[in-house]
Ligand binder design. Structure first.
Ligand SMILES: *[C@@H]1O[C@H](CO)[C@@H](O)[C@H](O)[C@H]1NC(C)=O
Length: 229
């Protein structure tokens, strides 16, 4: 009798430990980055770009991805190879994906490669919170909540090839949205630093924007080009 109840206790301890481990492995991140890219800055690099099969995207920011990240700056990736991207799960989102999450990769294609990469690398790490459909629909919904291009334009920051101060760019977005963005730059084919991607942070349940717990590394020049597209 004594031995049996000890065994039951051990079993309970084992199961508790096991479920804690499973629980912590299933959400190994603290927040998301919603990353949007300026198509003009993707395309005017040395590498260039290809317009998708559906035609030239609008001159607007497009989603790059919704990336689970940790407070220490690291991030999980490729978390579940048993749940690969399945385009049939987001067929109702295709039209909105094509306009708000366009691919610019070469060779010209329909976007499924880009979206599949984002799900497989990043999305699978948040599948405890967002299934495939919710991963994409949530990113699309979050994008509509903060109009980055309008925030910049209303402060006179236009995609016209001129240079703008990095702090003016950040202030314009902070002013319009309430949140401090992170700006990532790349270089155009002549080596000028330009506004490439804008990062905003989202809470770990993907319900809304938060101030970023940590910013990525990298730096822009203090004045950056905003190329036309
Ligand atoms: C842009 O060019 C500078 C030097 O010309 C280089 O240090 C920097 O790493 C480049 N940035 C990117 C994102 O390639």
């Amino acid at each position: 009798m004594k031995i049996q109840s000890n065994n039951v206790l051990l079993l309970i301890q084992f199961l508790t430990l096991h479920s804690l481990i499973v629980l912590s492995a299933s959400q190994d991140f603290d927040f998301f980055y919603l990353v949007q890219q300026w198509p003009g800055s993707y395309c005017d690099t040395q590498q260039g770009c290809c317009y998708p099969k559906t035609g030239k995207p609008a001159a607007n920011f497009g989603i790059h991805g919704l990336w689970p990240n940790r407070n220490d700056g690291s991030y999980p990736s490729n978390c579940d190879s048993s749940n690969p991207f399945d385009a049939s799960k987001i067929s109702d989102l295709t039209n909105q994906m094509q306009s708000d999450w366009p691919t610019l990769a070469c060779p010209s294609n329909d976007g499924l490669t880009f979206w599949g990469h984002e799900w497989d690398k990043h999305g699978t790490c948040s599948e405890s919170v967002l299934d495939q459909h919710a991963y994409f629909s949530t990113a699309l919904k979050l994008k509509t909540q903060i109009d980055l291009l309008n925030a910049l334009q209303s402060e006179g920051i236009q995609a016209n090839g001129e240079k703008y101060s990095l702090s003016d760019i950040k202030d314009a977005i902070k002013g319009a949205s309430g949140y401090t963005p992170w700006i990532e730059c790349n270089n155009d084919s002549s080596g000028n630093s330009q506004l490439y991607q804008i990062y905003l942070c989202v809470d770990s349940s993907a319900s809304g924007f938060i101030e970023c717990p940590v910013f990525p590394h990298g730096s822009c020049a203090s004045s950056v080009e905003f190329p036309s597209f």
